[in-house]
Design a protein around this ligand. Structure first.
Ligand code: HEM
Length: 517
């Protein structure tokens, strides 16, 4: 994908930037894997395991022939159903909610909760396997606006009904067995939520939710659950195998439904277990309603512009600044980075370049280190900028030039939103500023605001869009300034704006800008 691709850039940020500078903050919830982010550590709950269970429950009611259900965040509307009992659903959706935003002027192109459900499983499985189980991330899932079908298998469900439900979702008997044991390598069954499976005696002062693990390593995504079951040692597969209440031995019924043949095959080696789990879980998160168009696989971006933007100062001076993020898989901290650009009219000059200096390190739990190179330079406003390239220099090697697939990384220098000038009044109302090149003769300057907003029946926000007109407020050198005010929003950090200025012949757009820094 060429830059900017807002869905991909945002999802990649959540996936890759997990510690240190520019940490997206998503993965911290499962660091370490035993962490519980939604309450007391004494409850015996584990966020990484909850995320996997949520994805399963969202997926489980898919009907692939009918093209309905699958990973579409309908689970948010279904949390009161007995089949979705337990804390995992609302804990997870409550954690995901502040990350939701829109990237463009259509709600189908937003970073959806359904994409986050997929992302969360990739992070859990990757991080808790240290990272030996890699599931590819694709975006583009669309959030449902209401609950879907019933039918998530429960501990009481008979084996025919369970296998039939998996089959509707496109999973054969051995797929169903494999997927379940892959899921049940993390976490626990809790007395709170499943008293019919786990007796009250499991509740202790350090385990107040009364969780009993599926295996001896509930915070490691590994083959232990399978070995303990087949060798009948340790947790012997966990409470859904061993509970005294025969009716709710759903894992045992499932595993025995082909006389353990699937599990014996999976136990061949830990790498067979890992690769089978990766493939089954990939199929699970990519099971979506027929109308969904998933993006290509989102790989970590080796050279990525981060917060690259233009601003116009009080006297009309044009500043160009931002970071170039490099990944340690391909680069070193000591590599030098040069940003060079072409003017508004498309001409280049040896003078149109600046050094980006390494200023900070981040870390990715799965993809190594990230190196941030910062640049901040002035550009002659009459010449302007239309695109930039990035050159990486290392002593003894030929320079590597990154030009965004050939056309350069585009910059909009005619219509520019100025988020650092946004102010919030005490009543929450928002004042915003933008500039438009006076020579563009803009007739109409307006912005589409995309604000994550609460919706009835689920903890997941939806994107509500509104259009606000910008009014002329003065001049700064070659630019005309514009301002607009907006009523309070519920999530300032994730409210974004697409600025449009209609000139004589062209419409200029500054898209997917957060309204405040
Ligand atoms: C017949 C199918 C299944 C049944 C009846 C079933 C049932 C259950 C039950 C009753 C719990 C306990 C939840 C709690 O106490 O909070 C649980 C936990 C869990 N399940 Fe399943 N499950 C099934 C299949 C799956 C599948 C296919 C996956 C994922 C691929 C999965 C992932 C998990 C995880 C990760 C946990 C631990 C959650 C935690 O620790 O909070 N399950 N399951």
């Amino acid at each position: 994908a060429t830059w900017p691709n807002h869905v991909i850039d945002e999802l990649e940020h959540l996936l890759v930037d997990t510690d240190g500078f520019n940490d997206a903050g998503f993965q911290k919830a499962i660091t370490p894997c035993s962490n519980y982010v939604s309450g007391s550590q004494l409850l015996g709950r584990e966020t990484a395991a909850q995320w996997i269970r949520v994805a399963f429950h969202d997926f489980a009611t898919a009907d692939v022939k009918a093209g309905t259900g699958g990973v579409d965040a309908s689970i948010g509307f279904e949390t009161l159903r007995p089949e979705n009992s337990g804390a995992a659903m609302n804990d997870s959706l409550g954690f995901f909610a502040p990350f939701v935003n829109a990237h463009a002027s259509t709600t189908s192109s937003m970073i959806t909760v359904a994409d986050m459900i997929a992302l969360s499983i990739i992070m859990s499985v990757g991080t808790c396997s240290n990272p030996t189980v890699a599931i590819p991330l694709r975006g583009g899932r669309i959030d449902a606006t209401e609950g879907g079908s019933f039918g998530v298998p429960e501990p009481e469900t008979d084996i025919e009904t369970t296998l039939n439900q998996f089959s509707l979702a496109g999973f054969s008997q051995s797929d169903a067995i494999g997927l379940t044991i892959c899921g049940h390598t993390l976490g626990s069954v809790h007395h709170a939520g499943f008293p019919q499976v786990v007796p009250e005696s499991a509740v202790t002062p350090n385990n107040t939710g009364g969780g009993i693990h599926f295996d001896a390593t509930p915070d490691v995504f590994d083959v232990d659950v399978l070995n303990e079951y087949l060798e009948w040692k340790g947790q012997r597969g966990g409470p859904l195998v061993t509970t005294d209440n025969v009716t709710v031995r759903s894992d045992l019924r499932l595993y025995l439904s082909d006389n353990n043949a699937t599990l014996q095959g999976l136990a061949e080696s830990s790498s067979t277990f890992r690769s089978t789990c990766a493939s089954l879980l990939t199929r699970m998160i990519n099971t979506t309603p027929a109308s969904t168009q998933l993006t290509d696989v989102i790989d970590p971006i080796e050279v990525k512009p981060v917060n690259v933007s233009l601003t116009v100062g009080g006297s009309g001076e044009l500043h160009f600044s931002g970071y170039i993020r490099l990944l340690s898989a391909a680069f070193q901290y000591s590599d030098e980075v040069v940003v060079s650009w072409t003017s508004r009219a498309g001409s280049s000059s040896p003078g149109f370049n600046t050094r980006a200096t390494a200023v900070a390190n981040g870390n990715s739990s799965m993809f190594g280190e990230t190196f941030y190179h910062f640049f901040n330079t002035s550009i002659d406003p009459s010449a302007g900028i239309s695109a930039f390239n990035v050159t990486i220099l290392r002593g003894g090697s030929a320079p590597q030039i990154f030009s965004n697939g050939g056309g350069g990384y585009p910059m909009e220098d005619v219509a520019i939103f100025l988020p650092h000038e946004t102010t919030i009044a005490s009543n929450g109302s928002i004042s915003m500023s933008a500039v438009v090149l006076t020579a563009a003769n803009a007739q109409n300057v307006s912005a589409t605001i995309s604000a994550p907003s609460p919706q009835l029946g689920t903890l997941s926000p939806t994107i509500v869009q509104s259009v606000v007109a910008f009014e002329k407020s003065g001049t700064r050198g070659l630019y005309t300034t514009y301002s607009a005010t907006l009523p309070p929003v519920s999530n300032l950090r994730q409210t974004t704006l697409d600025l449009t200025a209609s000139g004589d012949r062209t419409v200029y757009r500054d898209e997917f800008r957060r309204i405040t820094l």
